[in-house]
Design a protein around this ligand. Structure first.
Ligand SMILES: [Zn+2]
Length: 183
């Protein structure tokens, strides 16, 4: 228990640092600082310790398997705007609205950081794109934002972080998708 406490704490810190570095490259350092802070709250933190999984996958998955839901996740998604689930409202006219630029970019940084962690030495610039392509249909998200993320991760695979992860470049792609007609 006490070992998992420190392991889980370390996992959160390492993930937050990776996201912070990526957010700085993208010109949104403040989002990087704020990223996943709610993971230190007792409701999220102690569930993570209880279902600690050696970093192979998220403890939230194991908690959901056992209990049908995860209080940590419900708490997390309600407070963190970089999750598409934060913006979902099934009773609203637009169930999945357009997510503002900075949170969409923070979301991309989160996905890249997770890819780096889970792939370890096998990580390449394409890793995040492969993972996203396999799993994007599990995420209910505004189509324009989905298009934005897909294009950014594709370009990252082709050209690498130096070219793709900068604010002006990302903003151009974002605007192109958001201003597209239709939903
Ligand atoms: Zn998060």
């Amino acid at each position: 228990m006490i070992i998992n406490f420190f392991k889980h704490l370390h996992k959160i810190n390492t993930h937050r640092f990776k996201v912070f570095v990526l957010c700085c490259k993208c010109g949104i350092p403040f989002r990087g600082l704020m990223h996943d802070l709610s993971k230190y709250s007792p409701i999220e933190f102690f569930e993570g310790v209880k279902y600690y999984t050696n970093g192979k996958h998220s403890p939230i998955i194991d908690c959901k398997k056992q209990n049908g839901y995860s209080k940590a996740w419900l708490h997390h998604k309600g407070r963190n705007k970089h999750h598409s689930e934060y913006w979902l409202d099934l009773a609203a006219p637009t169930k999945a609205p357009i997510i503002p630029f900075k949170y969409s970019v923070e979301m991309i940084c989160d996905k890249i950081a997770a890819s780096k962690t889970y792939n370890g030495k096998k990580y390449t610039n394409m890793s995040a794109y492969y993972y996203w392509n396999k799993n994007r249909d599990n995420e209910i998200m505004n189509r324009k934002i989905q298009g934005f993320i897909t294009e950014v991760l594709e370009l990252l695979g082709a050209y690498g972080e130096k070219k793709v992860l900068n604010k002006k470049y990302l903003l151009d792609i974002y605007n192109k998708h958001v201003k597209r007609k239709g939903n």
